[in-house]
Design a protein around this ligand. Sequence first.
Ligand SMILES: Nc1ncnc2c1ncn2[C@@H]1O[C@H](COP(=O)(O)OP(=O)(O)OP(=O)(O)O)[C@@H](O)[C@H]1O
Ligand SMILES: [Mg+2]
Length: 266
Amino acid sequence: MSRNDVLISGKNITKTFGYGKNKITAVHDVNFTFHEGEIISIVGESGSGKTTLAKIMMGLLKESNGNIQYKGKPRQLRTHANRKEYWKDIQAIFQDPFSSFNMFHKVEKLLIDCIKLQGLKLSKEEQFHKMKDACSFVNLKFEELYNKYPFELSGGQMQRLMIARIFMLHPKVLIADEPTSMVDACSRSTILDMLLKLRDENNMTIIFITHDVGLAYYVSDTLYIMEKGKVVENGQAEKILLNPQHTYTQQLISDVPKIHSEWNLG
Ligand SMILES: Nc1ncnc2c1ncn2[C@@H]1O[C@H](COP(=O)(O)OP(=O)(O)OP(=O)(O)O)[C@@H](O)[C@H]1O
Ligand SMILES: [Mg+2]
């Protein structure tokens, strides 16, 4: 596959929750096309349907309507084998790192599980080197952490550990749902830079979900702007930032001078 090949796409994706007067349409007739090696940001305010859409892409929630194509074929998730194959290729980092780890497993086990997930049969020494490499990629010291439980780590360390797992699993698609929400501005740009490095080194497709259009512009090639479950505008990040068409997008980026000074964009 070359960099520009379509990897995953969705057509008329809709998701409703509840029935009757309690019915909510969280995602409404959304279309998307994401390419190999592309970084896409899905931007929208709280409740606009970003996480719901991400969970549908991940195959953790079933769409009420529409269909998803992966590598040019309808995505199959019916059997355990289908799902296992799909989840080798697509991984997610969610808002809350606490929900991503089994709190009763020490760091070493969490990382060894990544090696097992890939079906790799490695010697103890090879395992050690693989885990050490992954930790140094995210500026963590394996020797200091391997014997700790996740709750003994700081929020920033936990988020970096999540990225270390992604480094080990090297999925084709990474969905990062507000991965920087728990860290300070300095760790935030480090995390974003790590994600960019992962894309550059592995040609990973990254779907980055955020409220923050400034962050989105900093990391992405493409923006999808969501309002109340609908994609109201999508396209090249720079084009949208310079010339937003939809009033909701205009409202979101009315703070452009702030974006420029925060990210040194000139
Ligand atoms: N399991 C569920 N059952 C019922 N309603 C749900 C469920 N999950 C999400 N919703 C509703 O769907 C809408 C979209 O929620 P979603 O979590 O996708 O928003 P979001 O854009 O990710 O918001 P945030 O930025 O706050 O994370 C909200 O109105 C939410 O209350
Ligand atoms: Mg969300």
